[in-house]
Design a protein around this ligand. Structure first.
Ligand SMILES: [Zn+2]
Length: 68
């Protein structure tokens, strides 16, 4: 009987550990966390919020930098 309890505990532990690892890996691999630098004001911001054009990355549309 004790062996069955220990087996269930081990399965639960492995399942929980695997789920925590998968969650943290998903966050780290997210492409939205990539940081880019605005060519006009040197502001660092996530690529998902930046605009990329022929001249590089900018923090606002059409090179109208919001921090100048
Ligand atoms: Zn800028």
């Amino acid at each position: 009987m004790w062996q069955l309890l220990i087996l269930i505990l081990v399965i639960l532990l492995v399942y929980t550990t695997a789920r925590i690892k998968r969650d943290s890996k998903t966050k780290l691999d997210s492409p939205n966390t990539e940081m880019v630098k605005c060519n006009a004001c040197d502001l660092h911001l996530p690529a998902s919020e930046a605009i990329e054009n022929d001249d590089g990355w900018f923090c606002s549309e059409e090179q109208k930098c919001q921090n100048l």
